[in-house]
Design a protein around this ligand. Structure first.
Ligand SMILES: C[S@@+](CC[C@H](N)C(=O)[O-])C[C@H]1O[C@@H](n2cnc3c(N)ncnc32)[C@H](O)[C@@H]1O
Length: 220
């Protein structure tokens, strides 16, 4: 059965067509991160360099830009790519072919990975703001990721917050427009609710705000 919530979930990933992905690095990671969200993408790349492991799962891969540019601790990491959108999976798989990635087409809100070897790091970069619901209901993602991590493993990522950060006029405009179109659902996402969800599932965690973005990690 396709529920209302499933329709909202589909709207959050439907924009990632082949032509949009061709422009994604330049427009979204270049222009929007620097000038609209005021968090230049090198901050996110630094988060990868700090936390990515030799046994990594990336959820909501987009074009695979950060995985292509980050420093893995070994030359031949185990890399798994997960996304609901086949275009994102195709684009990132091609780009990261040198790592021979495992590929999973899956909705992060309904992860089923029984029997899969667990991971030492999981990234969800710029994904939470695409998911329907409130930060409280999105928290299920942390619960699911926790169950996929080895002891001591780390989850990390970034998300655009709709509330409680210093969103300027342009950020507010694009958050509003994207929420109306269903591309984003983050009007009510704020720092406290993100911290609460992380703390609920991870004994150690941290959230840092840069512009409109929260950069976070949690350790199992
Ligand atoms: C904003 S892009 C982020 C891409 C990349 N992580 C980055 O930071 O550049 C969001 C990605 O999440 C995927 N996505 C959206 N909703 C999803 C869901 N419910 N489950 C899995 N992937 C989803 C989209 O298809 C897209 O590839």
């Amino acid at each position: 059965m396709v529920t209302e919530n499933m329709n909202d979930t589909k709207r959050g990933q439907a924009i990632y067509t082949k032509s949009f992905l061709a422009l994604y690095d330049l427009t979204v990671l270049g222009f929007f991160c620097s000038f609209i969200w005021r968090c230049p993408s090198h901050h996110i790349l630094e988060l990868y360099d700090q936390h990515v492991s030799k046994n990594h799962l990336d959820i909501g891969v987009g074009t695979g830009y950060f995985l292509d540019h980050c420093r893995f601790p070994v030359s031949n990491p185990r890399l798994a790519l997960m996304d609901l959108n086949p275009n994102s999976l195709m684009k990132s798989r091609e780009r990261l072919e040198r790592y021979n990635p495992e590929v999973y087409r899956m909705n992060v809100l309904e992860i089923e990975m029984a029997g899969i070897q667990h991971f030492d790091s999981v990234a969800l970069t710029n994904l939470l703001h695409c998911l329907p619901g409130t930060m409280k209901t999105k928290g299920i993602v942390f619960e699911k990721i926790r169950s996929l991590l080895n002891p001591g493993g780390v989850v990390f990522g970034s998300t655009i917050l709709g509330k409680g950060v210093d969103n300027n006029f342009l950020a507010k405009y694009f958050i509003n427009a994207n929420n109306t179109r269903g591309v984003m659902t983050n009007m009510q996402d704020d720092l406290d609710s993100l911290m609460n969800e992380l703390e609920q599932y991870f004994p150690e965690s941290s959230v840092k705000v840069i512009g409109s973005m929260a950069l976070f990690w949690g350790k199992k």
